[in-house]
Design a protein around this ligand. Sequence first.
Ligand SMILES: [Zn+2]
Length: 417
Amino acid sequence: MTAQIHPERLRRRLKTLGAIGRDPSGGITRPFGSAADGEARRWFFAEAADAGLTVTVDAAGNQWAVWPGTAGEKTIAAGSHLDTVPQGGMYDGAAGVILALEAIETLKEAGYRPHHPLAVVAFTGEEPNPFGLSTLGSRLLTGKLKAAALKNVTDPAGRTLAEALREVGGDLDSADHLTPDFLAAFIEPHVEQSGRLDQAGLPLGLVDVITGIHRDRIVFQGEQNHAGTTRPEDRRDALMAFGEAVTAFEALLGDGVIGTIGQAAIFPNAINIVPSRVEYVAEMRSVDENRLAERVQEHRERLTRLALRRGVTVHVTNVLNQAPRALHPDIHRLLVDRLVYRQIPVTTLSSLAGHDATHLADVVPTGMLFIRSLGGKSHCPEESSRLEDLALGAQVLADALLVLDREIRRLSHAQTL
Ligand SMILES: [Zn+2]
């Protein structure tokens, strides 16, 4: 079957979606729960309905656009997310949803009749948002987040998460009944977000493992005092402790572990007061689970020692501990074959960003297809990918969905799929 994707349709959709949530200070700001997120959701459903797909929202607010199958089999899904970081770009997440829609619409136009339902999915709140919950939709779908624990979650304005979900057609009370059992396989197409493909001159890449992410919230508590009259030996300066902690943190990085302190607050934050308290989040990432755990442990020990020496207290709370996740070897092999078929050089990378696929991979055979990011820029307005690379990605995805639809039962007998 020759199913030919339409680059012009891809371009139009990327452009239209990229205009939703334009931030006057630059880029796109479209977090979950915002008016722009709502508008993007409505736009996606209108496009999917125009393409002849059946649109539904689950209890987690995840959007599904389904092309029903002929044999009542489990669903094969592809997609990503529509929400963005503050002042983000137009490709992270959005490109994956649009590519999946293009791939399925193309198969439909070519007259293909799927055995399995083929679905485009847009997951709720993949990025951090005012509710403090990333990968919200995929974690609720896979049972990693429980509704009871989210009952009292609000954004800084006091709006409850339950209310925000209701506004997009979800229902927090029944989110615990969600199950991913109806899924046979999931493929997430996504821009690479780093410069490895660009440097290698390759349009597409495959993912074998998604990075582990560990985040500790750290509070140094010292003593507030006068900036002039407090003698050096009497000071218990929380900011100086933080300064030393930052250097100690950096010294622990490297050799497969990267880290970031991207958020910090000083109290009381006044010119002539010795700071009493510093709160910050230290994040480490690695695809090596043991190495990540060792560094986290070492980091905490160093914090304890330096706090003791400086006469301040330190309090560490883990806020995220996501293990590295290997993707499914059969889906990977199938994607390798599709790249070879299209005469695209095959390269396999690890993903240094977290994705919805991390959570799906625990329960559903999952694969990821990366599209080259120009200059490796992401989570910024300059994020960019070439239309021809995106079109190639949609083509490979359409090919892969077709083969999965025909062969998933055979694969399931041969392997663990
Ligand atoms: Zn993303």
